[in-house]
Ligand binder design. Structure first.
Ligand SMILES: NC(=O)c1ccc[n+]([C@@H]2O[C@H](COP(=O)([O-])OP(=O)(O)OC[C@H]3O[C@@H](n4cnc5c(N)ncnc54)[C@H](OP(=O)(O)O)[C@@H]3O)[C@@H](O)[C@H]2O)c1
Length: 465
């Protein structure tokens, strides 16, 4: 590289470094400033937080967190007994006043009652528009009343309560409003068309408000959580089958992240690193691709709730089982090397084909059939091994080949007497090497079959058999 090109590179590199440093410093400064005036640091002194949908789930988690921070509470929902029990518990635990306000936010009269209560509360400093519910089914499958109720609770009530709260907060030059949207605010969801549209409204509404409120001391946040374990799934009849365990977050973590983000002045809060990355991706990927992905996810979930009896191959029961095998292999690299030394290539391929025949992995069958031919096995022998016939094997390998088949049929838990025969025939070291080969091919078989199983479910049984 010429001297001038190198200098040019160094100049660009240092320019980018300085720009990144300035951005980091500005972000850090903004965060420090945001923290100084954080609503959570200014709780106490009779400051009041009003939470809608406080009788369960995310709303109840906000109630606990804000009581802990020192806010007096007004808890709103329809189930009075639940609210009452929570209010008593919070007062006992955190020594803050907690009042119950029963209101149906799908009913304009209920919203008006909460607006009136806000107007009386001179020290309202925190509002959480959280109440909500879900409905199952496509847009036309649900009657107009259910769509309207949803729009009333998520849009009308949130807008009215925000409009009622803001003059009080602006007069105090202090306050926070959290609108609980959802991860689906980032993309339209079939089967939840009105739901995702109202959540997108809440997100956009909050981001717009934020721009109008800069410098007023009042901050707003759209909380966009993904799947959160609450009563929402049962109450809203949202089907949770087909949603993997790792996708779920506890309500407490969601609320803790929301409050941390509020502390840092973040306007859109997406709890969970995975959801955070997905949200960024949703903004970037073309809409047509997004719609296709939506169709795939729907098909996968529909398949997940259908009982499938057509897939009979052995697979990993879960990701942790797969990881346990990967860990085992990486911890036993020395034994793997020993197995490769002690068992020659044609013998290894016979063992692998015997296990693959039982596990019926089509990828390993194809790959190891080719490998076996390369190591000198005849086409006839390979075909026989894949049919479960070991008649053409060298006689000194027959015991191991039969053991391989038994080992695979017993899912890696062989009969101790049969294992003893293997040890006596080959000696401890070679028997251990044979077993290591069996474990290696088993990982390949189960991985291939698990991939097929996913294909099978996603395609509704058309692929992967
Ligand atoms: N759970 C999730 O996976 C998830 C994901 C993203 C976003 N969210 C959002 O999080 C918010 C809270 O849901 P959650 O998961 O905590 O569910 P939840 O446990 O079912 O809580 C919903 C709350 O809303 C109240 N509510 C429902 N309809 C109401 C109405 N008409 N008037 C007044 N209150 C009403 C319920 O109380 P009553 O029945 O006593 O009235 C309850 O307190 C919702 O806005 C939801 O869209 C949830």
């Amino acid at each position: 590289m010429s001297g001038s090109a190198r200098r040019h590179r160094i100049t660009i590199g240092s320019g980018l470094g300085i720009a990144a440093g300035i951005i980091a410093a500005l972000t850090w400064r903004q965060r420090l400033q945001a923290r100084k005036t954080s609503p959570l640091r200014c709780a106490g002194n009779g400051r009041v937080a009003l939470i809608t949908g406080a009788s369960s789930g995310i709303g109840a988690a906000y109630a606990r967190a804000l009581a802990h921070a020192g806010y007096a509470l007004i808890l709103v929902a329809r189930r009075e007994a639940r609210l009452q029990a929570l209010a008593e518990d919070l007062t006992r635990r955190y020594h803050v006043p907690a009042e119950v306000l029963v209101a149906d936010l799908a009913d304009p009269a209920g919203v008006a009652r909460v607006e009136a209560r806000i107007a009386e509360t001179g020290a309202l400093a925190f509002l959480v528009n959280n109440a909500g519910f879900g409905i199952r089914g496509t847009f036309v499958e649900n009657d107009i009343a259910s769509h309207e109720a949803m729009i009333h609770v998520y849009v009308n009530a949130a807008v009215r309560l925000t409009r009622a709260a803001l003059p009080i907060m602006l007069a105090q030059q202090h306050g926070a409003i959290v609108n609980v949207a959802s991860f689906v605010a980032f993309f339209p969801v079939t089967g939840s068309v009105t739901y995702s549209a109202t959540k997108a409204y809440l997100k956009s509404f909050t981001e717009g408000l934020h721009q109008e409120l800069v410098g007023t001391g009042v901050r707003v946040q759209a909380l966009c959580p993904g799947f959160t374990r609450t009563e929402f799934q049962s109450a809203g009849k949202i089907d949770e089958r087909g949603i993997p365990d790792f996708a779920w977050m506890p309500a407490e973590s969601v609320v803790a992240q929301s409050l941390r983000d509020l502390d840092n002045g973040r306007v859109v809060s997406v709890p969970g690193l995975g959801y955070h990355l997905l949200a960024a991706l949703c903004v970037l990927i073309p809409r047509d691709l997004l719609y296709s992905l939506g169709r795939w996810v729907r098909r996968y979930r529909a398949a997940a709730v259908t009982s499938f009896d057509g897939f009979h191959k052995r697979t990993y029961a879960g990701f942790s089982d797969f990881m346990a095998d990967v860990r085992y292999m990486s911890h036993n690299r020395e034994q793997i090397r020993a197995a490769m030394r002690l068992i020659d290539a044609p013998f290894r391929e016979r063992l692998m084909l015997a296990v693959t025949q039982v596990n019926a992995c089509r990828y390993c069958s194809e790959f190891h059939a080719k490998q076996a031919l390369r190591t000198g096995l005849s086409e006839d022998e390979v075909r026989d091994l894949l049919d479960g016939d070991a008649a053409q094997c060298p006689s000194d390998q027959l015991t191991a080949i039969l053991y391989a088949r038994h080992w695979a049929e017993a899912a890696g838990n062989p009969d101790p007497d049969i294992r003893q025969t293997l040890m006596e025939t080959y000696g401890a070291a070679k028997a251990a090497a044979i077993e290591m080969v069996l474990r290696m091919i088993n990982v390949g078989n189960l991985s291939g079959n698990t991939f097929d199983y996913i294909l099978y479910r996603i395609s509704g049984g058309r692929l992967g058999r």
